[in-house]
Structures are given as C-alpha cells and as structure tokens.
Design a protein around this ligand. Structure first.
Ligand code: S3P
Length: 429
C-alpha cells in the first residue's frame, strides 16, 4: 500500500477532462453483454479494478471478452450457456460484482463459490440472499449466509413480489437478474427510487420489463440481444472535481460527458442548493442513459439538510459532500444515511475520523453526520482505510488544507478512478 504527500494548492483549477466511464453501468454492460446473444461493444468502459473483477468472473464462466481499440468486445453466450467455473470467483473489492452475479447465478444449472478482499468479507449478503431464497435459491455462506465465502447451487426459481426493506440498487438488480430466469412474475416495490441502470439496460437488450411509478415487473426473458453501449462518465467520479472546483478559488473546470441519470444527480441538486455555480452544455439523450458536459466555477457555499428520497440519489457522494460542508456557512445535517455503514468502509466512521484529523467540525450520528463550517482545514496524516472514495475526498481536502497532508493507502482509488491524479494534474497546469 502506498502513501502520498500533498501540499495546499497554490494555483486554481482550470481546463477540461473527460470523466471515466460510470462504474455501475460498466458492470452491467459486462453482465448483459455476457448473457445476451451476439456481440456487445462497450465504449468508455471503466477499467478500474472493480469492473475488471466483473470481467474476470465472466471469463471464468466461459465468456470471451476482449479489449479492441479501447473498446470492450463481448461475445455473448446467451442466458443458458454460461459454464460452471473451475475456480472460486474472487470479486476483489467489488460489492456490485458479488451482489448482481449472485442473482444471476442462482438460476444457472451449476455451482459457484464467491469470495473477495477483507472489505468484501465484512459486507452483508443477507439483503440479497433473503429475497433470492424466497425465489427458491440455494445459497450457503459464512455467518448464516450473510458473508463471503458464499456458495450458490443454481436451481429453478419462481417469481416473487418483494417490497424492498432498504434502498439498494444492488439488491434490486440481483432480484431482476434472477427474475428474468424465474417462472412467473417478479415484482419489486421501492419506497425510495434507487439507480435504475439495470432496468434501462435490460429493456435496451430486449428483456421483458415494465416500470411504473414505484414498481418494477420482470418476466422470463429467454433471449437478450447484444448491443452497442456508450458508458457515460461517472457522476460519482465527477463529484470530486465538482467540489474541488467549487472550493479552490478562481477555478473553472469543464467535465465532459457526465451521466445525468436522474437517479444519480442528487449531488448536483445538493451543490446547487448550497450555492455552487454549475452549468450544462451539450446535453445528450442516448439510447440507454442521458449525459451532459458540466461546467463548475468556484463559489461560496451555505449549509444544507439532506434526508429522505435524495439519500439514495447521492449515497456514494456523501464523503465529498461532507468535505464541501466543512467549507459551507452554517450547519449541514445528513440523516437517513445508515447505509453508509455497510459500504467499502463504515463511511460514517471513516469520513468523520479523517475529516476531524484535518480539523473539521464534524460529528457522527446514528444515521449520518452533522458538520459546521466554514473551517480552515490543516494538513495532517490521514488514511483512505482502503476505501477509494475516502481516498479521493482526502485528496480534494489536501488542495485546500494548510501545509502538507499525507494520505495513507492512496492506491485504493484505483478501484474506481485509476486516472484521478493525471486528471488533477491536467487541471492544475
Ligand atoms: C451500486 C449501488 C449502490 C452504490 C454502489 C453501486 C450499483 O449500492 O453504493 O457503489 O452499482 O448498483 P447499494 O445498492 O448497496 O445501495
């Protein structure tokens, strides 16, 4: 694991960068490309470690996946021709790979075992195992089926009607991927809408799915057809530069081709509400997902309150929103975000501990955090704790913190944004 020393930025952030592909959509492009018939070509695929884990797992299921001129070519096997893997499927740090593939493989006629890194081993699987078992799945795992290593004996499934007890796109997607192979209808009801990339992609690949205001109905979809997919830039990655440009004086950055799916744009709503200067150019409505260029200029922020249906729309951006809140006038309160406790780290703990080390006025609550600003941050020794989003948030903090900030375990950022430092360098020259 590598450490890095960073000093407060003496210049501003200027210029434009093309934000790397969306992590959630990249995973799904490999999944649907693999189970569709014919070729799927994916452009702007995110080659971060998490998405490479999904490719690795599908290769072990017999799918031919190649990189040709920066594009991913998938020779889809169809939904019934995946092969039993000879190896344990190691998902590394990727919860999305683990949860979504568990749904898919529960209905295949072979046996699979999943494992992952130390963080994955702590992440709850009951949330996925419970509805899949209701459909007839045969799954065993450590801690009564709540943790990896987990083993799935594929079998015939039946549809269910499931009211989501938590807001989770990974759980929803696992049920959808089981539902397209199950007998009868599978209906999923969500209190708060979570990211809908699985639904959009299933529809575009020819799957049998009907979406209403708060319910999703899926039927058996024996034949999906390969597609060309352009993956928009990841708004969760863009978020670090949106906040950086807002906080570093006299900045103006343009972030190209950022995904603008409304289930993901909570970060924009919050930053605009706090007073950030954001504008849009070149809005595209593509077959799968909308995207746009985003221009952000520096500005002063005021505190905000976050709760309810906005939380799933920005769940991965809470670490960087917390940093923004340390620079906003007033008290920012984040509630209803207990899901943060079961991310790559317990992000209530890691955000609060690390920002406190930099001098922030921030306290943890049972379901979020309370942050009072503005505070001049001061460099110190901090730690990503192996969490990519904590690592990048701390880099942005170092740009405005006085003196030197040392960030331990910085290589965690390769999970979702391997070019992060290259992009930062491009904007600081
Ligand atoms: C994801 C869903 C979210 C998010 C994660 C990616 C997905 O997790 O935090 O980074 O691709 O479906 P949950 O479904 O656990 O909320």
């Amino acid at each position: 694991m590598t450490d890095i020393n960073l000093v407060k930025l003496s210049s501003n952030l200027k210029g434009e960068i093309t934000i790397p592909g969306d992590k959630s959509i990249s995973h799904r492009s490999i999944i649907f490309g693999s189970i569709a018939e014919g070729q799927t070509i994916v452009e702007n695929f995110l080659t971060g470690e998490d998405c490479l884990s999904t490719i690795y797992c599908f290769k072990l299921l017999g799918v031919k996946i190649d990189v040709v001129d920066d594009k991913i070519h998938i020779n889809g096997k169809g939904i019934s021709s995946l092969l039993e893997p000879h190896e344990v499927l190691d998902v590394g740090n990727s919860g999305t790979t683990l949860r979504l593939m568990s749904g898919l493989l529960s209905a295949q006629n072979f046996h699979t075992v999943f494992t992952g890194d130390d963080s994955i081993k702590k992440r709850p699987m009951k949330r996925v195992v419970t509805p899949l078992k209701m459909m007839g799945a045969r799954i065993l795992g450590r801690n009564n089926g709540d943790n990896t290593p987990i083993s799935i004996e594929g079998t015939e499934l039946s549809g269910i009607r499931y009211e989501m007890p938590i807001a989770s796109a990974q759980v929803k997607s696992a049920i959808i991927l089981a539902g397209i192979q199950a007998n009868g209808n599978t209906e999923i009801l969500e209190e708060y809408k979570t990211r809908d990339h699985t639904e959009r992609m299933l529809k575009a690949f020819g799957g049998n799915i009907t979406i209403t205001e708060n319910s999703i109905l899926v039927k058996k979809s024996s034949k999906l057809v390969g597609q060309s997919v352009y993956v928009p830039g990841d708004i969760s990655s863009a978020a670090f530069f949106m906040v950086a440009a807002t906080l570093v004086k006299d900045s103006r950055v343009k972030l190209l081709k950022v995904g603008m799916n409304p289930t993901r744009t909570g970060i924009i709503d919050v930053l605009e509400n706090m007073g950030a200067k954001i504008s849009y150019e070149n809005v595209f409505e593509e077959a799968f997902e909308p995207f746009s260029d985003i221009v952000v200029e520096s500005g002063n922020l005021i505190a905000s309150e976050l709760d309810g249906s906005i939380i799933p729309r920005l769940i991965d951006e809470i670490p960087i929103i917390a940093l923004a809140a340390t620079q906003a006038i007033g008290t920012t309160i984040i509630k209803g975000a207990e899901e943060l406790k079961v991310k790559e780290t317990n992000r209530i703990d890691t955000v609060v501990t690390q920002l406190k080390l930099l001098g922030a006025n921030i306290e943890a609550t049972s379901d979020g955090m309370v942050i009072t600003g503005p505070t001049q941050l001061k460099g110190n020794v901090v730690d990503s704790n192996g969490d990519h989003r904590i690592g990048m948030m701390l880099v942005v903090a170092s740009l405005i913190a006085e003196g030197t900030t040392t960030i331990k375990n910085i290589d965690a950022i390769n999970v979702s944004y391997p070019n992060f430092f290259k992009h930062l360098e491009k904007l600081t020259h």
